[in-house]
Design a binder for this molecule. Structure first.
Ligand SMILES: [Fe+2]
Length: 219
C-alpha cells in the first residue's frame, strides 16, 4: 500500500496575498508530490513498505539516508501546508497563549526568536516551533531533512526555508517571506499538536492540558 499524498487543506489561491497561487501550486505539485512519489518508489519491496511515514523517518534515520531524506521531506511539507491557513482574523487560544508566555514571555518574543533563527540559518532548511520533553516550547532550525522526531521533540509548526517556498513571491528576501508566513499561521493547528498524542510524544501528564478558552488576543 502506497503512502498517498495528503490533500492541500485549502485552494491554491487561498493564501494570497501572502503566498501566491503560483508558488503554492508549484510547491505542492512539484516539491511535495515529488518527495511523496520518490519515497513510495524507494520503499517498494523493502521492510519499510506498509509503515506510517513517522515510523519510516525514525527507522531509516541512521541507516537509509535516501529513504530518510525523502520520507522526512514529504512529512515536513505536509506539516508545513497544514500549519498555514487563509488570512482571516484568527485568535490564539488561551491554551497556546499560556504556553507561549511560559516559554517566551510573549507572542512578540516568540516571533523575534522565530525570525532570528530563520534569518541566521545558512542555506536551505526548516524553522520549527517544538514542545520539548520537559514541556517547554522552543524554536530552532534544521538543515536538510534532520527532524525533531529524532530528538524526542513534538513539532508544533514549521516554516520551509528552502528558496522554492518564496523565491517567486519575495525573490531572495527571506525576511519578507517570514513576515508573510507569520500572517497566515494556523494557530488552531498549533493547538491541535499541543493537545494530541503524536507517535513519540513525551509523557507530560495533565499539567500541560489545562486551559482551552479562547482569548481576544489576535496574532
Ligand atoms: Fe518546500
Amino acid at each position: 500500500m502506497s503512502l498517498k499524498p495528503k490533500p492541500l487543506p485549502y485552494s491554491f489561491d487561498a493564501l494570497e496575498p501572502y503566498i501566491s497561487k503560483k508558488t503554492l501550486e508549484l510547491h505542492y505539485t512539484k516539491n511535495y508530490k515529488v518527495y511523496n512519489k520518490k519515497i513510495n518508489e524507494l520503499i517498494s519491496g523493502t521492510s519499510f513498505e506498509g509503515m506510517e511515514l513517522e515510523e519510516i523517518i525514525l527507522k531509516s534515520a541512521s541507516s537509509e539516508m535516501d529513504i530518510f531524506n525523502n520520507a522526512a521531506q514529504s512529512w515536513n511539507h505536509d506539516f508545513y501546508f497544514r500549519g498555514l491557513a487563509p488570512p482571516v482574523r484568527q485568535e490564539i487560544s488561551l491554551t497556546v497563549l499560556n504556553r507561549i508566555h511560559d516559554s517566551f514571555g510573549s507572542v512578540e518574543e516568540l516571533k523575534k526568536e522565530f525570525f532570528k533563527n530563520s534569518m541566521n540559518h545558512f542555506g536551505s532548511g526548516w524553522t520549527w516551533i517544538v514542545e520539548n520533553i520537559d514541556g517547554s516550547l522552543s524554536v530552532h532550525t534544521t538543515s536538510n531533512a534532520e527532524h525533531p522526531l529524532l530528538h524526542h521533540e513534538v513539532p508544533l509548526l514549521v516554516c520551509d526555508l528552502w528558496e522554492h517556498a518564496y523565491y517567486l513571491d519575495c525573490y531572495n528576501e527571506r525576511t519578507n517571506y517570514l513576515s508573510n508566513f507569520w500572517q497566515i499561521i494556523n494557530w488552531n493547528f498549533v493547538e491541535d499538536n499541543l493537545l494530541k498524542t503524536p507517535l513519540l510524544r513525551p509523557s507530560t501528564g495533565d499539567k500541560f492540558m489545562d486551559g482551552g478558552a479562547s482569548s481576544d488576543y489576535l496574532a
